[in-house]
Design a protein around this ligand. Structure first.
Ligand SMILES: Cc1cc2nc3c(=O)[nH]c(=O)nc-3n(C[C@H](O)[C@H](O)[C@H](O)COP(=O)(O)OP(=O)(O)OC[C@H]3O[C@@H](n4cnc5c(N)ncnc54)[C@H](O)[C@@H]3O)c2cc1C
Length: 456
């Protein structure tokens, strides 16, 4: 599973950094296991990338308040899990590839272990770090490592069905790893994790209409897995309910924890298979694995196409003249376009940081095909707001919606027909529009306000 391994130096005390990224867990974290196996002591580090706290190219934050809140909860949970193993987390705000070599020097660490990422900025950080330090990266975010697939990265099938069929036929999904028994750790003075306010963020009050009271961390992730499979059997009807819009259980909501790595896709996959073996196996249980393969596919598409997934013409190099109309965009983002199905979904996103897959497809299609706005601006708005933001899934799905991705057809959604099909009684639209006591404009201002000074 590791990209590289090396022999433990038996004479000198060897120390290494375990750099946590989007893998905030001890279970099934191959980078962590490798670091613990290969070194006498490790230093668990998380660096909140300060570049994500500044406005992005479209003027709104790269990481909005909803995601930051979930991230801090996930880090607090990781901190507790580390403490149970006799360890602790060193938290910093800064630029990881600059800070990690400094930290390594201060604490006498000779190497960095981390989970590999697959998108441009993250790869640039890895490259910069590798120029200064010995680095060992593991494929912890994937179901199957590239070397275990029957095709090279440049031959990754462009069409999902072809990708899925080949993975299903040839790939074996490795078992999830147990966490290390103990984590011998470099000594340092522990400091509490920061609050949202000390990072310059206004913490939005929870909206009671949200699908879940979102809570970050591995503990909450495994609770959710137990709930969806063993406690309620919702997994056994997932295929029929997954296009729902209201409530906790029409879909799994695993994306929140997967995006932050509180749980691995492999752990979910094998739990579904355990459920199939012990309780029930049907088209719904299969469909959960099918959807996890979509997530996998977009990671491989990102590996194959590199920076193109962020280009206006996407991986098709399509020449499209996108319009840039701030007023129209503002109406879309605040859920005030006049299309009630789009507006209800956009308000749910604005007030909670989550939206169903059905909603995401409709609002993306509307922005691109009705309003003719640049799909990348929509993707950046999702990046700012979504708790479950995942670079490859977000940009991959948005390219799809924009007609510049892996789907050669332009999929234009008829949002009013979709509303009739998926919100027959209008309950969803009523919930987010008629019963809305919040002001979408005020929320837009609040969530896009410049972040106050960051204390490091
Ligand atoms: C425009 C657009 C943007 C999106 N942005 C993101 C994003 O930033 N992060 C993200 O995780 N998903 C994204 N998705 C995919 C999908 O909408 C979410 O994964 C899903 O709604 C999450 O809810 P769930 O966990 O209950 O999903 P479920 O229906 O329960 O699916 C189980 C898991 O399968 C995976 N999955 C399901 N559908 C997709 C899909 N279309 N693409 C990739 N993986 C999928 C997710 O990991 C999900 O948790 C996007 C979809 C669209 C159309």
């Amino acid at each position: 599973m590791c990209c590289y391994t090396h022999q433990k130096n038996s004479t000198a005390m060897s120390k290494a950094i375990m750099w946590f990224r989007n893998d905030l867990r001890l279970t099934d974290n191959p980078a962590l296991n490798a670091a613990v196996q290969q070194h006498d002591e490790i230093l668990p580090v998380y660096i909140l990338d300060e570049r994500l706290l500044r406005p992005g190219p479209w003027g709104f934050p790269r990481m909005g308040a909803y995601r930051l809140k979930f991230l801090l909860e996930s880090l607090a949970d990781l901190q507790e899990d580390l403490q149970e193993k006799g360890s602790q987390l060193l938290f910093k705000v800064g630029v990881p590839e600059t800070m990690l070599p400094q930290i390594a020097q201060s604490y006498g660490c000779s190497a960095v272990y981390a989970s590999k990422e697959y998108t441009h900025e993250e790869l640039q950080a890895e490259e910069a770090l590798q120029a200064k330090l010995e680095c060992y990266f593991s494929h912890s975010l994937l179901l199957t490592a590239p070397d275990d697939l029957p095709f090279s990265i440049d031959q990754v099938p462009e069409v999902f069905t072809q990708f899925r069929k080949r993975v299903e036929k040839y790939a074996r999904i490795p078992d999830a790893l147990e966490p290390p028994n103990a984590i011998p750790t470099v000594g340092f003075a522990s400091e509490p994790l920061p609050e949202m306010a000390s990072l310059g963020y206004d913490c939005p009050e929870a909206d009671q209409r949200a699908v879940l009271p979102f809570k970050g961390g591995a503990l909450a992730a495994y609770d959710r897995l137990d709930h969806y499979l063993w406690d309620t059997d919702h997994i056994a009807t997932y295929k029929e309910t997954r296009n729902g819009l209201i409530g906790a259980d029409y879909s799994s909501k695993f994306s929140l924890w997967l995006a932050h790595g509180c749980i691995s896709a492999r752990a979910i996959w094998h739990e579904v298979e355990a459920y199939e073996a012990e309780r029930k196996s049907n088209s719904s249980t299969y469909w959960m694995k099918f959807e996890l393969l979509w997530r996998e596919y977009f990671k491989y598409i990102a590996m194959k196409h590199g920076r193109k997934i962020f280009f206006p013409g996407g991986i098709q190099d399509k020449a499209v003249r996108w319009r840039d109309n701030d007023k129209l965009f503002h109406k879309w983002a605040t859920g005030t376009t006049g299309d009630d199905f789009v507006d209800a979904n956009m308000r749910e996103l604005l007030y909670t940081g989550f939206m169903s897959n059905r909603g995401r497809q409709n609002v993306a299609s509307y922005l691109v095909h009705q309003l003719k706005q640049d799909w990348r601006k929509g993707a950046a708005w999702f990046e700012a707001l979504l708790i479950d933001y995942d670079v490859a899934s977000n940009y991959g799905n948005w390219m799809y919606a924009g007609g510049v991705g892996n789907d050669p057809r332009d999929r234009v959604f008829n949002t009013q027909k979709q509303a009739r099909d998926y919100d027959k009684d209008g309950a969803y639209r009523k919930r987010w529009l008629q019963q809305d006591k919040r002001s979408p404009n005020a929320w837009f201002e609040r969530l896009t306000a410049p972040i106050q000074s960051v204390s490091k």
